[in-house]
Design a protein around this ligand. Structure first.
Ligand SMILES: C[S@@+](CC[C@H](N)C(=O)[O-])C[C@H]1O[C@@H](n2cnc3c(N)ncnc32)[C@H](O)[C@@H]1O
Length: 317
Protein backbone atom coordinates (compact mmCIF):
# COMPACT_ATOMS: atom_id res chain seq x y z
CA UNK A 1 0.00 0.00 0.00
CA UNK A 2 1.34 3.44 -0.76
CA UNK A 3 2.29 5.54 2.21
CA UNK A 4 3.80 8.96 2.61
CA UNK A 5 6.08 9.99 5.44
CA UNK A 6 6.22 13.67 6.32
CA UNK A 7 9.49 14.94 7.80
CA UNK A 8 10.35 18.58 8.58
CA UNK A 9 9.15 20.95 11.29
CA UNK A 10 7.95 24.53 11.57
CA UNK A 11 10.62 26.83 12.87
CA UNK A 12 9.53 27.64 16.41
CA UNK A 13 8.43 31.21 16.84
CA UNK A 14 8.01 31.97 13.15
CA UNK A 15 4.94 32.40 11.04
CA UNK A 16 6.45 30.71 7.99
CA UNK A 17 3.48 28.40 7.68
CA UNK A 18 1.31 31.37 6.73
CA UNK A 19 3.29 32.18 3.64
CA UNK A 20 1.77 29.37 1.62
CA UNK A 21 -1.22 30.70 -0.26
CA UNK A 22 -0.39 34.28 0.63
CA UNK A 23 -0.50 35.49 -2.94
CA UNK A 24 -0.93 39.09 -1.89
CA UNK A 25 2.27 38.95 0.16
CA UNK A 26 4.11 37.67 -2.90
CA UNK A 27 2.53 40.33 -5.11
CA UNK A 28 3.56 43.02 -2.63
CA UNK A 29 7.16 41.84 -2.76
CA UNK A 30 7.18 41.84 -6.56
CA UNK A 31 5.62 45.30 -6.74
CA UNK A 32 8.05 46.62 -4.13
CA UNK A 33 11.10 45.32 -5.94
CA UNK A 34 9.84 46.58 -9.30
CA UNK A 35 9.10 50.00 -7.87
CA UNK A 36 12.50 50.10 -6.17
CA UNK A 37 14.17 49.15 -9.44
CA UNK A 38 12.25 51.83 -11.37
CA UNK A 39 13.08 54.59 -8.91
CA UNK A 40 16.69 53.57 -8.88
CA UNK A 41 16.69 53.50 -12.69
CA UNK A 42 15.44 57.11 -12.94
CA UNK A 43 17.82 58.21 -10.22
CA UNK A 44 20.76 56.76 -12.13
CA UNK A 45 19.64 58.36 -15.38
CA UNK A 46 19.65 61.78 -13.77
CA UNK A 47 23.24 61.23 -12.58
CA UNK A 48 25.17 59.99 -15.65
CA UNK A 49 28.90 59.28 -15.46
CA UNK A 50 31.12 62.29 -16.32
CA UNK A 51 31.21 63.11 -20.02
CA UNK A 52 28.85 60.35 -21.35
CA UNK A 53 25.35 58.87 -20.79
CA UNK A 54 24.84 55.47 -19.04
CA UNK A 55 25.05 52.41 -21.23
CA UNK A 56 21.94 50.19 -21.04
CA UNK A 57 23.62 47.13 -19.54
CA UNK A 58 25.43 49.34 -17.01
CA UNK A 59 22.11 50.59 -15.66
CA UNK A 60 20.68 47.07 -15.42
CA UNK A 61 23.78 45.82 -13.65
CA UNK A 62 23.72 48.70 -11.19
CA UNK A 63 20.05 48.14 -10.38
CA UNK A 64 20.67 44.49 -9.56
CA UNK A 65 23.80 45.33 -7.55
CA UNK A 66 22.00 48.21 -5.83
CA UNK A 67 19.00 46.11 -4.75
CA UNK A 68 21.24 43.24 -3.63
CA UNK A 69 23.49 45.58 -1.67
CA UNK A 70 20.41 47.15 -0.20
CA UNK A 71 19.16 43.89 1.20
CA UNK A 72 22.61 42.82 2.37
CA UNK A 73 23.75 46.06 3.97
CA UNK A 74 20.64 47.75 5.22
CA UNK A 75 21.32 46.68 8.81
CA UNK A 76 24.74 48.27 8.64
CA UNK A 77 23.29 51.41 7.06
CA UNK A 78 20.77 51.74 9.87
CA UNK A 79 23.54 51.77 12.48
CA UNK A 80 23.58 54.98 14.53
CA UNK A 81 25.92 57.63 13.20
CA UNK A 82 26.07 56.23 9.65
CA UNK A 83 24.80 58.21 6.71
CA UNK A 84 22.18 56.39 4.66
CA UNK A 85 23.23 55.92 1.08
CA UNK A 86 20.36 56.93 -1.25
CA UNK A 87 20.53 53.73 -3.28
CA UNK A 88 19.68 51.93 -0.04
CA UNK A 89 16.94 54.09 1.39
CA UNK A 90 14.92 54.66 -1.79
CA UNK A 91 13.88 50.99 -2.21
CA UNK A 92 13.54 50.57 1.56
CA UNK A 93 11.25 53.60 1.73
CA UNK A 94 9.18 52.17 -1.09
CA UNK A 95 8.87 48.88 0.70
CA UNK A 96 7.69 50.69 3.83
CA UNK A 97 5.14 52.83 1.98
CA UNK A 98 3.75 49.83 0.12
CA UNK A 99 3.76 47.71 3.24
CA UNK A 100 1.59 50.27 4.98
CA UNK A 101 -0.61 50.93 1.94
CA UNK A 102 -1.44 47.28 1.28
CA UNK A 103 -4.20 45.98 3.58
CA UNK A 104 -3.17 43.41 6.21
CA UNK A 105 -2.01 40.26 4.46
CA UNK A 106 -4.45 37.32 4.46
CA UNK A 107 -2.01 35.46 6.71
CA UNK A 108 -2.77 37.94 9.49
CA UNK A 109 -6.49 37.86 8.81
CA UNK A 110 -6.47 34.09 9.18
CA UNK A 111 -4.41 34.28 12.35
CA UNK A 112 -6.96 36.59 13.93
CA UNK A 113 -9.81 34.42 12.75
CA UNK A 114 -8.09 31.35 14.15
CA UNK A 115 -7.78 32.98 17.58
CA UNK A 116 -11.42 34.03 17.47
CA UNK A 117 -12.45 30.53 16.40
CA UNK A 118 -10.66 28.99 19.39
CA UNK A 119 -12.10 31.55 21.79
CA UNK A 120 -15.71 31.56 20.56
CA UNK A 121 -16.28 28.07 19.21
CA UNK A 122 -14.00 25.90 21.31
CA UNK A 123 -13.10 27.48 24.66
CA UNK A 124 -16.59 28.96 25.03
CA UNK A 125 -18.09 25.47 24.66
CA UNK A 126 -16.04 24.01 27.45
CA UNK A 127 -12.83 22.67 25.90
CA UNK A 128 -10.22 23.37 28.56
CA UNK A 129 -7.06 21.42 27.74
CA UNK A 130 -4.50 24.23 27.29
CA UNK A 131 -2.33 22.18 24.93
CA UNK A 132 -5.24 21.40 22.63
CA UNK A 133 -6.26 25.07 22.61
CA UNK A 134 -2.67 26.20 21.96
CA UNK A 135 -2.24 23.82 19.04
CA UNK A 136 -5.56 24.84 17.51
CA UNK A 137 -4.38 28.46 17.66
CA UNK A 138 -1.39 27.62 15.48
CA UNK A 139 -2.42 25.06 12.83
CA UNK A 140 -3.46 26.92 9.65
CA UNK A 141 -6.83 25.27 8.98
CA UNK A 142 -7.28 27.39 5.85
CA UNK A 143 -4.48 25.44 4.17
CA UNK A 144 -6.29 22.12 4.64
CA UNK A 145 -9.43 23.10 2.74
CA UNK A 146 -9.96 23.68 -0.98
CA UNK A 147 -9.26 27.26 -2.11
CA UNK A 148 -12.91 27.74 -3.01
CA UNK A 149 -13.98 27.39 0.65
CA UNK A 150 -10.89 28.93 2.26
CA UNK A 151 -12.74 32.09 3.38
CA UNK A 152 -15.04 29.82 5.45
CA UNK A 153 -12.19 27.80 6.96
CA UNK A 154 -12.86 29.15 10.46
CA UNK A 155 -16.65 29.05 10.33
CA UNK A 156 -18.57 27.00 12.86
CA UNK A 157 -19.46 24.03 10.63
CA UNK A 158 -17.91 21.22 8.57
CA UNK A 159 -16.72 22.06 5.04
CA UNK A 160 -16.59 20.01 1.84
CA UNK A 161 -13.12 18.72 0.87
CA UNK A 162 -14.16 16.89 -2.31
CA UNK A 163 -15.18 13.28 -3.08
CA UNK A 164 -18.31 13.73 -0.96
CA UNK A 165 -16.19 14.08 2.21
CA UNK A 166 -15.83 16.84 4.80
CA UNK A 167 -13.40 18.40 7.23
CA UNK A 168 -15.04 18.29 10.66
CA UNK A 169 -16.39 21.36 12.45
CA UNK A 170 -13.58 22.97 14.52
CA UNK A 171 -15.40 22.33 17.82
CA UNK A 172 -15.68 18.60 17.08
CA UNK A 173 -11.94 18.46 16.29
CA UNK A 174 -11.21 20.20 19.61
CA UNK A 175 -13.59 17.97 21.55
CA UNK A 176 -12.32 14.69 20.08
CA UNK A 177 -8.72 15.76 20.61
CA UNK A 178 -9.40 16.63 24.24
CA UNK A 179 -11.23 13.32 24.78
CA UNK A 180 -8.18 11.46 23.45
CA UNK A 181 -6.11 12.90 26.32
CA UNK A 182 -2.95 12.70 24.23
CA UNK A 183 0.60 12.67 25.58
CA UNK A 184 3.89 13.49 23.91
CA UNK A 185 5.15 9.92 23.65
CA UNK A 186 1.93 8.36 22.35
CA UNK A 187 1.46 6.55 19.09
CA UNK A 188 -1.96 7.39 17.63
CA UNK A 189 -4.00 5.79 14.86
CA UNK A 190 -6.53 7.91 12.97
CA UNK A 191 -9.15 6.37 10.66
CA UNK A 192 -10.25 8.92 8.05
CA UNK A 193 -7.39 11.30 7.18
CA UNK A 194 -9.66 13.47 5.01
CA UNK A 195 -7.93 16.83 4.69
CA UNK A 196 -5.19 15.96 7.20
CA UNK A 197 -6.25 18.71 9.64
CA UNK A 198 -7.07 16.44 12.60
CA UNK A 199 -3.79 14.58 11.99
CA UNK A 200 -1.94 17.91 12.01
CA UNK A 201 -3.48 18.86 15.36
CA UNK A 202 -2.53 15.47 16.81
CA UNK A 203 0.94 15.71 15.32
CA UNK A 204 1.80 18.56 17.69
CA UNK A 205 0.54 16.71 20.75
CA UNK A 206 1.83 13.15 20.38
CA UNK A 207 4.90 11.23 19.26
CA UNK A 208 3.64 9.54 16.10
CA UNK A 209 0.44 9.72 14.09
CA UNK A 210 -0.63 6.98 11.68
CA UNK A 211 -3.60 7.92 9.54
CA UNK A 212 -5.60 5.77 7.09
CA UNK A 213 -7.74 7.24 4.30
CA UNK A 214 -9.86 5.17 1.93
CA UNK A 215 -10.15 7.77 -0.88
CA UNK A 216 -6.80 7.63 -2.72
CA UNK A 217 -6.92 11.25 -3.92
CA UNK A 218 -7.58 12.52 -0.39
CA UNK A 219 -4.82 10.32 1.04
CA UNK A 220 -2.36 11.77 -1.47
CA UNK A 221 -3.38 15.40 -1.08
CA UNK A 222 -3.47 15.21 2.74
CA UNK A 223 -0.02 13.61 2.80
CA UNK A 224 1.27 16.37 0.52
CA UNK A 225 -0.30 19.15 2.62
CA UNK A 226 1.14 17.67 5.82
CA UNK A 227 4.55 17.23 4.21
CA UNK A 228 4.65 20.74 2.80
CA UNK A 229 3.67 22.24 6.16
CA UNK A 230 6.31 20.24 8.01
CA UNK A 231 4.22 17.82 10.07
CA UNK A 232 6.99 15.26 10.14
CA UNK A 233 5.59 12.70 12.52
CA UNK A 234 2.47 11.87 10.47
CA UNK A 235 2.34 8.85 8.19
CA UNK A 236 -0.64 8.69 5.83
CA UNK A 237 -1.70 5.43 4.28
CA UNK A 238 -4.25 4.85 1.56
CA UNK A 239 -6.46 1.95 2.66
CA UNK A 240 -9.44 0.65 4.57
CA UNK A 241 -9.62 1.52 8.24
CA UNK A 242 -11.68 -1.63 8.93
CA UNK A 243 -8.42 -3.54 8.48
CA UNK A 244 -6.50 -1.47 11.04
CA UNK A 245 -2.73 -1.07 10.75
CA UNK A 246 -1.30 -4.30 12.21
CA UNK A 247 2.34 -3.48 11.34
CA UNK A 248 2.21 -0.38 13.58
CA UNK A 249 -0.10 -1.68 16.34
CA UNK A 250 -0.58 -1.46 19.26
CA UNK A 251 -1.66 2.16 19.62
CA UNK A 252 -2.01 4.27 22.77
CA UNK A 253 -4.92 6.10 21.24
CA UNK A 254 -7.27 5.53 18.28
CA UNK A 255 -9.58 8.13 16.73
CA UNK A 256 -12.20 7.49 14.06
CA UNK A 257 -13.43 10.46 12.05
CA UNK A 258 -15.92 8.45 9.99
CA UNK A 259 -18.79 6.60 11.66
CA UNK A 260 -18.96 2.79 11.61
CA UNK A 261 -22.22 1.03 12.63
CA UNK A 262 -20.21 -0.35 15.57
CA UNK A 263 -16.56 -0.18 16.62
CA UNK A 264 -14.58 -2.63 14.43
CA UNK A 265 -13.16 -5.46 16.57
CA UNK A 266 -9.77 -5.18 14.85
CA UNK A 267 -9.38 -1.62 16.12
CA UNK A 268 -10.18 -2.63 19.69
CA UNK A 269 -7.53 -5.35 19.37
CA UNK A 270 -4.99 -2.78 18.13
CA UNK A 271 -5.66 -0.52 21.13
CA UNK A 272 -3.15 -0.93 23.99
CA UNK A 273 -4.33 -1.99 27.43
CA UNK A 274 -5.00 1.30 29.25
CA UNK A 275 -5.69 2.97 25.90
CA UNK A 276 -8.58 5.14 24.70
CA UNK A 277 -10.56 5.11 21.47
CA UNK A 278 -12.79 8.01 20.41
CA UNK A 279 -15.32 7.53 17.62
CA UNK A 280 -18.68 8.49 16.18
CA UNK A 281 -20.76 5.30 16.10
CA UNK A 282 -24.10 4.43 14.58
CA UNK A 283 -26.20 4.51 11.45
CA UNK A 284 -28.53 7.48 11.04
CA UNK A 285 -28.37 8.52 14.68
CA UNK A 286 -24.72 8.57 15.71
CA UNK A 287 -23.12 9.04 19.10
CA UNK A 288 -19.63 10.21 19.87
CA UNK A 289 -18.27 7.54 22.21
CA UNK A 290 -15.16 7.08 24.32
CA UNK A 291 -13.97 3.51 24.78
CA UNK A 292 -11.50 2.75 27.59
CA UNK A 293 -9.57 -0.50 27.44
CA UNK A 294 -8.26 -1.76 30.78
CA UNK A 295 -4.92 -3.51 31.24
CA UNK A 296 -6.69 -6.89 31.17
CA UNK A 297 -8.37 -6.08 27.84
CA UNK A 298 -11.89 -5.28 29.10
CA UNK A 299 -13.61 -2.29 27.51
CA UNK A 300 -16.05 0.27 28.86
CA UNK A 301 -17.91 2.70 26.63
CA UNK A 302 -19.51 6.04 27.41
CA UNK A 303 -21.51 8.29 25.12
CA UNK A 304 -20.55 11.95 24.95
CA UNK A 305 -23.03 13.57 22.56
CA UNK A 306 -25.01 12.95 19.37
CA UNK A 307 -23.03 13.80 16.22
CA UNK A 308 -23.28 13.62 12.45
CA UNK A 309 -20.25 12.22 10.60
CA UNK A 310 -19.82 10.69 7.15
CA UNK A 311 -20.24 6.90 7.35
CA UNK A 312 -17.15 4.69 7.50
CA UNK A 313 -17.09 2.90 4.15
CA UNK A 314 -16.30 -0.77 3.71
CA UNK A 315 -13.31 -1.24 1.40
CA UNK A 316 -13.55 -3.58 -1.58
CA UNK A 317 -10.18 -5.36 -1.18
C1 LIG B 1 -15.12 13.57 8.29
S1 LIG B 1 -13.94 13.05 7.15
C2 LIG B 1 -12.46 13.18 8.02
C3 LIG B 1 -12.02 14.48 8.48
C4 LIG B 1 -10.54 14.47 8.73
N1 LIG B 1 -10.17 13.83 9.94
C5 LIG B 1 -10.00 15.87 8.64
O1 LIG B 1 -9.37 16.36 9.59
O2 LIG B 1 -10.20 16.47 7.58
C6 LIG B 1 -14.02 11.28 7.14
C7 LIG B 1 -12.99 10.62 6.27
O3 LIG B 1 -13.03 9.23 6.49
C8 LIG B 1 -12.74 8.59 5.29
N2 LIG B 1 -13.18 7.19 5.38
C9 LIG B 1 -14.44 6.69 5.26
N3 LIG B 1 -14.43 5.35 5.40
C10 LIG B 1 -13.13 5.01 5.61
C11 LIG B 1 -12.48 3.76 5.82
N4 LIG B 1 -13.13 2.60 5.83
N5 LIG B 1 -11.15 3.77 6.02
C12 LIG B 1 -10.45 4.93 6.00
N6 LIG B 1 -11.01 6.13 5.79
C13 LIG B 1 -12.35 6.17 5.60
C14 LIG B 1 -13.52 9.42 4.28
O4 LIG B 1 -13.05 9.21 2.98
C15 LIG B 1 -13.25 10.83 4.80
O5 LIG B 1 -12.14 11.40 4.18
Amino acid sequence: MPSARCRSQFLPGTNLEHFRGDERGFATTVVTLTAGALVYHFKLRSHPPPGRPWRRNEIRKRIVVGLTECSMTHTKCLAPGRAWSTHVWVPVLFALVLGVAVAPAPADQYRDRRLIMVRDQIEARGIKNPEVLAVMRTVPRELFVPKSVRPQAYDDHPLPIGFGQTISQPFIVGLMTELLDAKKDYRVLEIGTGSGYQAAILSRLVGEVYSIEIVPELARSAAETLRSLGFRNVTVREGDGYRGWPEKAPFDRIILTAAPPEIPEVLLEELKGGGTLVAPVGVGVQNLVVVQKSADGKTTTRSVLPVRFVPMKEGTE
